[in-house]
Ligand binder design. Structure first.
Ligand SMILES: NC(=O)c1ccc[n+]([C@@H]2O[C@H](COP(=O)([O-])OP(=O)(O)OC[C@H]3O[C@@H](n4cnc5c(N)ncnc54)[C@H](OP(=O)(O)O)[C@@H]3O)[C@@H](O)[C@H]2O)c1
Length: 297
């Protein structure tokens, strides 16, 4: 069985590789060369997904049995000035992939985000109304809607504030915080943005369940409690034995970021728990799992 993963070098993809490499022959796509050692036998094709005719040819010749689309334009602030590029990658590509997969009869799992919601009244369920704010959010919303409306065997999964273990990653919040606290540097963390962060390693197991159960639907996945980013930071410091006194609370407006952030966000995960039989763990439990994972590597 062949699994194709777009954005193969990214955080979620590296966790998908861990989850699926014993079961599938993995064929990845990314802008840059693959980061995987030769003995892992992960074939990586360098391809810009916005080159849709090349993408179509590649898909037709590779004939994957399943496709997981993780690649995205993820710079939320830069998307305000690169709106066309954000839409090309986050809105047009998913729509094209969905059509290709439908026509070639390939099941597709697409990764969206909690940014599809306004962030006024979270946590949100899968049936809550969307109201994306800012270019990144609008582009991701257009992408997931194109996938959901295309027909075929498609599932869309929305994580929020994703973190996890990997190599050569762009800095994620958890990795950045650990490094700053280890080096004794004070950090300012917002105390007015609420989420239930998603641990990428467990999101990979949710995606495995979706594939096994052929659960073609819309899914939310995060941790048990919805907390402020400041509380999340204190949890990280506690788990990794780092000095929490270096963490100062500030407000989102003080950061003066270009793009709006959903303040009261978070994702209700009852459906994953009930229908996919995946337990929803606390932030502390998942951070302990991350620590074990990091110690083992
Ligand atoms: N990380 C989060 O907190 C978070 C939260 C909610 C939802 N999500 C969603 O979850 C998914 C996975 O996120 P992630 O954090 O694992 O992403 P990531 O680490 O940024 O990885 C994405 C990968 O896709 C590649 N890529 C970007 N544009 C491409 C293109 N045109 N053609 C081919 N490859 C391209 C990137 O290459 P470059 O690095 O060279 O650009 C990168 O290797 C994304 O859809 C994201 O929107 C993420």
């Amino acid at each position: 069985m062949r699994l194709m993963i777009t954005g193969i070098n990214g955080l979620l993809s590296q966790n998908l590789v861990q989850e699926f490499s014993d079961l599938y022959e993995i064929n990845g796509i990314d802008l840059n060369p693959g980061i995987y050692p030769a003995d892992q036998n992960i074939q990586v094709t360098q391809l810009d997904l916005t080159h849709t005719s090349e993408l179509a040819k590649h898909l037709q010749t590779s004939e994957p049995d399943v496709l997981i689309h993780t690649a995205a334009y993820t710079n939320v602030d830069r998307a305000e000035t690169e709106r066309d590029l954000a839409f090309a990658v986050n809105a047009v590509v998913p729509g094209e992939l969905a059509k290709l997969c439908r026509d070639l009869d390939i099941p597709l799992i697409h990764i969206s985000t909690d940014y599809v919601f306004s962030g006024d009244s979270g946590p949100y369920a899968e049936i809550s109304s969307c109201d994306p704010q800012g270019s990144y959010a609008e582009s991701k919303y257009a992408g997931e809607q194109a996938v959901l409306n295309c027909g075929g065997q498609v599932a869309v999964v929305r994580p929020n504030v994703m973190y996890g273990h990997g190599v050569q990653l762009k800095s994620s919040f958890v990795a950045w915080l650990i490094k700053e606290l280890q080096q004794g540097r004070p950090v300012n963390i917002v105390d007015d943005q609420y989420n239930n962060p998603t641990y990428a390693r467990r999101l990979a197991t949710v995606i495995h369940q979706i594939l096994d159960k052929k659960a073609w639907d819309l899914w939310h996945f995060g941790s048990k409690e919805t907390v402020s980013r400041y509380t999340f930071a204190l949890n990280i410091a506690h788990t990794f034995g780092l000095p929490s006194g270096l963490i100062n609370a500030i407000s989102t407006v003080e950061l003066n970021q270009s793009a709006p952030r959903p303040l009261r966000s978070g994702l209700i995960c009852e459906k994953v728990k009930q229908e996919l039989d995946v337990p929803i763990l606390s932030i502390s439990e998942e951070l302990e799992l991350l620590k074990e994972e990091m110690n083992a590597s």
